[in-house]
Design a binder for this molecule. Structure first.
Ligand SMILES: NC(=O)c1ccc[n+]([C@@H]2O[C@H](COP(=O)([O-])OP(=O)(O)OC[C@H]3O[C@@H](n4cnc5c(N)ncnc54)[C@H](OP(=O)(O)O)[C@@H]3O)[C@@H](O)[C@H]2O)c1
Length: 264
């Protein structure tokens, strides 16, 4: 099929709501043809119509559950003829679950690792060789400020984001000088569907850290992606919280997170 319009192409996972949707709008405004991935096919089609009408770009919606072990194979098979056109890859899809680890549904635990970690790594591995062939490309991996501390009562989520940070920073260094960049986005609390899906009470926000809007997070992230910046933490308070997690003994930051999460 190729890219008949010759617009640059961006692939965004988790593009229907929250940060991924806001990033999709910024990409569309810049003239990117979009490949959007999420599970809810009705909402995907709605996003396709909106973005095509508002920005005059083309959107390929792909309804796919990234928790499926074969998800990235299914996705790359469907995109066979377009993989070499992708200039921007945004690995944004992800979710968390509040609760004691041993009480969390066992399938949910595995799905979380599959979506937050495995799909992100596999998709990066699938698309990166094409970017290297072209000598250019930008990858944005969405982690979290949660990556910098153990997270009791959200243990798997925090650990999955720690993986994303470590993996993405290492890859950024491997890729130095190739024309391909990897940017790690570490948002703090952001007003999206995330809290409800995680089973958190939206009336009990994370203390001290103000909730940012998804639009504000996406704007900072997009600017950093364009610059090829290695890591971006939107919001001064979020940057300070990451700094304090880095300076504090891990045992202490773990106990603070345990206290906070047990009250949400
Ligand atoms: N909101 C926050 O406070 C916060 C803070 C730090 C980091 N983050 C990270 O930011 C990223 C975006 O989250 P958000 O806050 O924008 O949440 P959101 O509004 O819940 O958006 C999540 C997106 O991912 C998609 N998705 C979820 N599970 C999927 C699956 N199994 N397969 C395919 N797509 C899936 C959702 O669509 P479908 O349901 O239709 O699949 C949706 O488009 C996540 O990686 C999250 O961990 C969020």
């Amino acid at each position: 099929m190729g890219n008949p319009t010759h617009n640059p192409v961006a692939l965004v996972t988790g593009a229907t709501t929250g940060i991924g949707y806001e990033l999709s709008k910024l990409l569309a405004a810049d003239g990117y043809s979009l490949i959007l991935v999420a599970r809810n096919s009705n909402l995907l089609q709605q996003r396709q119509k909106e973005l095509e009408a508002d920005y005059g770009i083309s959107v390929q919606p792909i309804a796919l559950d990234l928790a499926r072990p074969d998800a990235v194979k299914v996705l790359t098979d469907r995109l066979k003829d377009r993989l070499s056109d992708i200039e921007i890859l945004i690995n944004n899809a992800g979710f968390g679950k509040l609760g004691a680890f041993w009480e969390t549904d066992p399938e949910t635990v595995v799905d979380m690792i599959q979506v937050n970690v495995t799909a992100l790594v596999a998709l990066t591995r699938a698309i990166l060789p094409y970017m290297l062939q072209q000598g250019k490309g930008s990858i944005l991996n969405v982690a979290s400020t949660a990556a910098f501390s153990p997270g009791p009562y959200m243990a798997v989520y925090y650990a999955s984001k720690a993986f994303v940070v470590s993996f993405s920073e290492a890859l950024a260094d491997e890729l130095r000088g190739t024309g391909v960049t990897v940017t790690t986005l570490c948002p703090g609390p952001t007003r999206t569907e995330f809290q409800i899906r995680a089973g958190q009470d939206p009336q009990k926000p994370f203390p001290i850290l103000p909730m940012m809007s998804a639009g504000a997070v996406a704007r900072v992230a997009y600017r950093s992606l364009k610059r090829g910046q290695r890591m971006v933490i939107p919001g001064l308070m979020n940057r300070l919280s990451v700094l304090s997690s880095r300076l504090m003994p891990r045992r202490l930051s773990s106990l603070i997170i345990k206290w906070i999460q047990s009250r949400r």
